[in-house]
Ligand binder design. Structure first.
Ligand SMILES: Nc1ncnc2c1ncn2[C@@H]1O[C@H](COP(=O)(O)OP(=O)(O)OP(=O)(O)O)[C@@H](O)[C@H]1O
Length: 262
């Protein structure tokens, strides 16, 4: 197990936001966090990244307690991929991606030739070499998200935390990013991602944690947890679960609209 979380509670001095979170994550697994806005996913991420001290419980990375790790060791183990539309660097793509090497740069904080090599390897891995000399601010949302994933890959951490990786992306780019997450899983990264899409949880989650109303309400395999009743409990909408595909089935949802479309 690369990550073991037991009985974790996180929050702030006067307020516990999330409690009783337990899960184990192996390399090559994707864990989805699902739940409405404001349930505490940022608080949870900050705790996993060591920016916020846990209020209770343990976080073990490769059998070592997060509490005993310094910032550098944490960064070598967990990389964070923010939402693309929240960051704006007026830098060339290659210079954004090489920032992932910061933890290896020493006191001078200057990227070496080797760091640039690693940054190019990450661009190559994601098949976005053609963006290398472009300005980050001039990229589309989908391209920016890929660049931020490349930056995380140059950090060479086995665990990737992705904050709504498909938010604000058009349908085509959402699918491309989802495909990339599948490739990262095949390359044995452990991925923790938040999503507001129950289809995405079914499509790429090996495990799901559902938060609602300040509580963890379910954890387990998406096919068992992501029932129409759960969607109804959280959002008060009716959906049916269907199987799609020709031979290679996957599950999805169709909404039962209250008003007629005709
Ligand atoms: N520094 C803080 N001190 C006290 N409470 C905070 C602090 N930051 C966030 N909170 C509260 O913790 C709760 C969870 O916030 P958090 O930002 O973790 O939710 P979220 O799921 O990431 O939300 P969103 O999806 O809207 O980004 C909220 O009620 C928020 O007001």
């Amino acid at each position: 197990m690369i990550l073991v979380v037991e009985n974790l509670a996180c929050g702030y001095k006067r307020r516990t936001v999330i409690e009783n979170v337990s899960f184990q994550l192996s390399k090559g697994e994707v864990l989805c966090l699902f739940g409405p806005n404001g349930v505490g996913k940022t608080t949870f991420f900050k705790t996993l990244l060591g920016f916020l001290k846990s209020l209770n419980g343990t976080i073990l990375i490769n059998n070592q307690s997060l509490n005993q790790m310094n910032r550098e060791t944490i960064a070598k183990n967990i990389a964070y991929v923010p939402q693309a539309h929240q960051m704006a660097f007026a830098f060339k793509v290659i210079d954004v991606v090489v920032l992932g090497r910061l933890v290896y740069m020493g006191k001078q904080r200057r990227p070496s030739r080797e760091d640039y090599k690693k940054a190019r390897e990450a661009l190559n891995k994601l098949q976005i070499m053609h963006l290398e000399e472009k300005l980050y601010t001039e990229l589309s949302g989908g391209e920016r998200q890929m660049v931020l994933i490349a930056r995380a890959l140059t950090q060479e951490a086995p665990i990737l935390i992705m904050d709504e990786p498909t938010s604000n992306l058009d349908y085509g780019n959402q699918i491309k990013v989802m495909e990339q997450i599948q490739r990262l899983r095949q390359q044995k990264f452990a991925v923790i991602m938040t999503t507001h899409s129950p289809e995405q949880v079914l499509l790429c989650g090996d495990q799901v944690i559902v938060f609602y109303g300040g509580k963890l309400i379910r954890t387990g395999a998406p096919k068992d947890i992501m029932t129409p009743q759960l969607i109804k409990d959280i959002y008060n909408v009716e959906v049916s679960k269907i199987k799609k595909g020709d031979g290679n089935f996957y599950e999805s949802y169709i909404p039962a609209l209250q008003t007629s479309l005709s």
